[in-house]
Design a protein around this ligand. Structure first.
Ligand code: TYD
Length: 202
């Protein structure tokens, strides 16, 4: 028996974290064991790498490699064992964020990210990705209303415009897995849409 792997992604300020609890509750109501986790992070070592990634200045390739080092640890120690015993795993961000931020945002060649993905994931991918899409203006307003900005959140609007575009390009290339949700909709509307998508996995 294996569980399913669901990821939530989108630019900072799209509101994905708001919906994480809803997805977890929905699945638990179906009797699933649910593990909620996040990237970068999710393991003790991964959380240490997260602190560095969010707050220390570093070269863009170093950033990419640390993202995948954290991801390797996350897969090996938490995600794959949980799925193998039948739990469902819900992650706040995963590899689509590396394509969006490190490729789209920082400008690293897509082949480099694809090579690391192949190394670390060996063909493994989420069963469903909820991509929260929102205009740069709304995302920026939500970011400024939130707590102190980390290294990514301090980037210019043009960075987030490129990140958003990269997410949408990925969604277009893999529409079966990546479902784009208009984060401008009300929370109730989004929850109805999310419920339908989850129903499709049952
Ligand atoms: P985020 O989910 O935004 O954390 P919080 O809601 O607590 O601010 O994730 C932290 C940042 O990490 C976010 O700005 C995007 C970035 N990130 C990447 O650049 N690449 C990646 O592969 C991942 C997983 C995250």
């Amino acid at each position: 028996m294996t569980g399913k792997f669901i990821t939530l992604d989108g630019v900072d300020g799209a509101g994905k974290s708001t919906h994480l609890g809803f997805v977890a509750d929905w699945l638990r109501q179906q009797g699933k064991e649910v593990i909620v986790t996040r990237e970068p992070g999710g393991t003790p070592l991964g959380e240490t790498l997260r602190e560095l990634l969010l707050h220390r200045e570093m070269d863009a390739d170093t950033e990419l490699l640390l993202m995948f080092a954290a991801r390797q640890e996350h897969l090996a120690k938490l995600i794959l064992p949980a799925l193998a015993r039948g739990a469902w795993v819900l992650s706040d961000r995963f590899t689509d964020a590396s394509y969006a931020y490190q490729c789209g945002g920082r400008g690293i060649a897509v082949e480099r990210i694809a090579a690391l993905e192949a190394w670390v994931q060996r063909g493994f991918a989420p069963d469903l990705t909820l991509l929260f899409d929102v205009s740069p203006e709304v995302a920026e307003a939500r970011r400024s209303a939130a707590r102190a900005a980390d290294r990514f959140e301090r980037e210019a609007d043009s960075f987030f415009t490129r990140v958003r575009e990269a997410y949408l390009v990925r969604a277009k290339a893999d529409p079966g897995r990546i479902r784009v949700l208009d984060a401008g909709h009300s929370i109730a509307e989004l929850q109805a849409e999310i419920g339908q998508l989850l129903q499709g996995l049952m």
